[in-house]
Design a protein around this ligand. Structure first.
Ligand code: SAM
Length: 269
């Protein structure tokens, strides 16, 4: 890997989260988690030099890759351009996902995500009107803990809920730092997230749900009722909380996904 980077004059950029996974065993485990078949279409965000891409190409029918770094994109193009099942977008993945509503029906996302933008990318995918059926992502272990967090714990918050309204977390595993080059100074792991069916928040209510959750957690230690009145009428908030059997003293971190959805339904847009 070091030699390829040297040959192409590539200097690694810390801000782009360029920690490349070089351990074949871990790459195989990531692909296994996605339960891939040749009929699958996979989106890979941040393929880097393409070690995971190569594994994916052997297992699925189509790989779409999005890589921001120009030199890495050149390497990927040279490496995979012969294959009609590979396409590459040299753009910022966040811009790509936000610029228009893509139809990800029938797609899976399998990626070693750039850690600096992993959370907004997951939220963006979970906010899509036509989301991918599964996301298998390598993430900072702190983020894995937040995605898996239960109500009432310190890791539970906005990220947990904005992703959980679309995806339930499945299997996952830790990946030792020495499997990456250069080694990250945080713990890493891979997590599978599967699309919920039925979805607890209809797409038409998603903006209201996001506003509710962000406002409720805007000051974690404060009573939720006080935070919500900047957006909803105080009397309406109290009535909705009463209808949901929620005490007025409750804080956001104590509410489950189901309770947030019920509260949203009583509050209205
Ligand atoms: N998948 C490769 C691997 O496992 O070796 C590389 C993963 S590395 C953690 C993250 C990759 O995402 C880097 O190649 C980096 O250039 C790319 N990247 C960073 N920010 C990005 C963005 N906003 N959009 C697309 N790619 C990005």
């Amino acid at each position: 890997m070091r030699q390829i980077l040297k040959d192409h004059g590539i200097q690694l950029t810390k801000s782009l989260g360029q920690n490349f996974l070089h351990d074949g065993n871990q790459l195989g485990r990531i692909a296994d988690l996605a339960n891939l078949s040749t009929s699958d279409k996979v989106l890979e965000i941040g393929p880097g030099l393409g070690p995971l891409t190569e594994v994916l190409m052997k297992r699925v029918g189509q790989v779409m890759a999005i890589e921001l770094d120009r030199k890495l994109s050149d390497v990927l193009r040279t490496r995979f351009e012969g294959s009609s099942s590979f396409s590459l977008h040299h753009v910022d993945a966040l811009h790509f996902l936000r610029e228009k509503a893509h139809d990800w029906t029938g797609w899976k996302v399998v990626s070693n995500l750039p850690y600096s933008v992993a959370s907004p990318i997951l939220v963006e995918l979970a906010s899509s009107p036509m989301p991918p059926s599964q996301i298998v992502a390598t993430l900072q272990w702190e983020v894995v803990k937040r995605l898996r967090a239960k109500a009432g714990t310190k890791d539970y918050g906005v990220l947990t809920l904005l992703v959980a309204q679309r995806y339930q977390t499945g299997a996952g595993f830790k990946i030792p730092a020495n499997c990456f080059f250069p080694q990250p100074n945080v713990d890493s792991g891979c997590l599978s997230m599967e699309l919920r069916n039925p979805q607890p928040v209809p797409w038409s209510d998603l903006q209201t749900f996001q506003t509710l959750v962000k406002l409720a957690f805007s000051q974690r230690r404060k009573m939720m009722v006080k935070l919500l009145r900047t957006r909803w009428n105080q009397a309406d908030v109290e009535k909705a909380m009463g209808a949901c059997d929620l005490p007025l003293s409750i804080r956001a971190e104590q509410l489950s996904l189901e309770q947030f959805v019920e509260l949203m339904n009583h509050l209205g847009a």
